[in-house]
Ligand binder design. Structure first.
Ligand code: ADP
Length: 225
């Protein structure tokens, strides 16, 4: 099977060698296959965000390797990692982080224009994505004119705008009330399944975790299934 993301023996320390050293990751191994949706379950402070940032090449590990789309990215240049991240990774956070002065449509077209897509094609893809998560009627609205759930759906579309290989999500519905969280999570799963994307989705919610293909647990700096 095609491996999209592979972490081997990943270690990460903060304040390394100092009395206040924190060993967040102590040899974490993870394999994500093409089209697979995996939940990352961990207590708060266990290192979920650290792991997602290392997996998405936003941060580097102190030991171990990260391979994305079959290429080992550990030890490559900053530029190579930035290019790989832009091409292959979509991020979603607990808060939408949309650009407040732009409409939903513009928030999804801008990353495509930056990647060299034509304005017409970018707009068409943005509208398709918005339609697929049920917020096409909010295309011209700014984030402040949308509900939290709507803004988060737009953020999902933005993360998928440039057709990444893997989606990394850090408690994507953690900010929403339970009923909205459920609907927004369904919209995310629909989008992920439609596009055949691989995803690693951190959540505290065991009901949501149960709807994914499998679950990995981060505790004590290692991942277990
Ligand atoms: P989670 O996302 O599971 O809540 P994090 O990855 O944010 O966990 O953090 C894991 C641990 O590392 C926590 O104890 C946190 O306080 C610590 N930590 C995170 N980032 C830093 C940093 N930049 N400097 C020092 N400690 C950090």
């Amino acid at each position: 099977m095609n491996k999209i993301l592979e972490l081997s023996g990943v270690e990460k320390y903060y304040h390394r060698g100092k009395p206040n050293e924190i060993a967040v990751l102590r040899g974490a191994d993870l394999m994500l296959n093409a089209g697979e949706v995996v939940s990352l379950v961990a207590p708060s402070g266990a290192g979920k965000s650290t792991l997602l940032h290392i997996a998405g090449l936003l941060d580097t590990a102190d030991a171990g390797t990260v391979a994305l789309n079959g290429k080992v990215m550990t030890g490559t240049s900053d530029r190579a990692r930035t290019m790989a991240r832009r091409a292959d990774v979509g991020f979603i956070y607990q808060f939408h982080h949309l650009l407040p002065e732009f409409s939903a449509l513009e928030n999804i077209t801008l990353p495509q224009l930056a990647a060299g897509v034509s304005a017409r094609a970018a707009k068409s893809r943005a509208m398709d994505l918005l339609d697929s998560v049920g917020v096409a009627d909010r295309a011209d609205h700014r984030p402040a004119e949308m509900s939290g759930g709507q803004a988060q759906r737009v953020a999902f579309c933005r993360a998928l705008a440039n057709d990444p290989k893997v989606l990394l999500a850090d408690e994507p519905t953690g900010n929403l009330d339970p009923a909205t969280s459920d609907q927004v999570f369904e919209a995310l799963m629909k989008l992920v399944r439609e596009t055949g994307l691989s995803a690693l989705i951190a959540t505290h919610n065991m009901d949501l975790a149960a709807r994914m293909d499998r679950s990995v647990r981060l505790d004590g700096g290692v991942l277990t299934s």
